[in-house]
Ligand binder design. Sequence first.
Ligand code: FE2
Ligand code: FE2
Length: 432
Amino acid sequence: MQSCLPFSVAPCLLAVFVSLIALTTSATPRHVYLTWQGDTSRTITVNYQTLEPTETSTVYYDTKPRNGRHADYRYTATGSAHQIPGLADGRKIHWVELTKLTPGKTYYLIAGDLQHGFTAERKFRTVPAGSQSLRFVVGGDMGISSDGADLLQQSAKLSPAFGVIGGDIAYANDALTNYTRWDAWLDHWETNMVTPAGYTIPMVLAIGNHEVRGGTSPYMTNAQFFFRYFAQDHERSYCTRTFGKNVAMYLLDTGHISPHGGEQAAWLDAQFTAQRNVPHKFAVYHVPLYPSVRGYDGGGSAAGRKAWLPLFDQHHLTTAFEHHDHAFKRTHLLRENKYDPGGTLYLGDGCWGMPARKVDLELHWYEVKSTSLQHFWCVDVSRRKVEYRAVNKAGQVFDVYPPNSAGAEAAEKIYESLTQPKPTATVTPAAP
Ligand SMILES: [Fe+2]
Ligand SMILES: [Fe+2]
């Protein structure tokens, strides 16, 4: 080993200094990201991870920036930490829920402790509690490619209040050896999902087959990264969230941990009833009921239509965001499994980073559009209406719905230029 002799004091001091910096850097929390366990206007859960044997889980926060000086923050909140059994680095996942927040307000926070270090200061905004306009982004099937990072950057540019992922997140299949995929995915989100004004964008997640060992299991312990990395719901693989007075969202499980029917369907029925006065209801789930690539009679799709279509129709679901097929699609409005101007819109199909799969040149009876394009959806909601825009990784809006919304014509031209050859409508546009 090289020793620090008098003639090399300067390089040695430099080495010690660099080591100290490295030590400090590596000791700070490995990740920090935001989820909700309940009220989206008055709470937020700060998830952060540490690689050291930390004993406390603490967030310092304030309504003013404090530049990371922990003693200057007016509020602190403590939570709990847990681990993933068998994960070699023994990391701790900390969940600290901030409560009694003010709706529509900006907060600044740091997480960590004095001994091991803090995260850099981040700011976020609680969701307004009233009928204010709201924007969110949604998509699925992301993975850890640079395409996903590019699409996240485009998402953040639009300053959404939150981002929703409809399953197939890091493609880690709940394997312990794939933990670095989760690290890469979280790095992508933390780095890119910051708005131009500097707001960290919270995430809302639904489960997909690639979050579960084997794709399907009755045990939550076979999707432990999904349930232990993200503080959302501790008891079920599906949950609901409301955002202000205009939006109710149902994050559903397309049979990966919980079957579509039975308890989940009964729960969904009860939630729809409880939120019957919310004007816009969105379902987000993984396997499409109206697939763009896979077969219409595929098991997951058929089971979804059997268990959920009667509920979607009865309770007037506004829009279902579907994923899993890695393509782009927009359907007609559908009710009772046929066209109906008062029906539900189905948007998909999960291509927020994964390569786009080829779609058939002939459209399915339920599709208005279907093509092989990576994208996410940007959704603008007000009391009276909802507008949907599909955005690609170059930031181009290539589909707008409804067609009388701003930018729809320009989007149509972009869609034409991006979609070659153009799919054709089916000769018999009738539901089976
Ligand atoms: Fe996928
Ligand atoms: Fe999938």
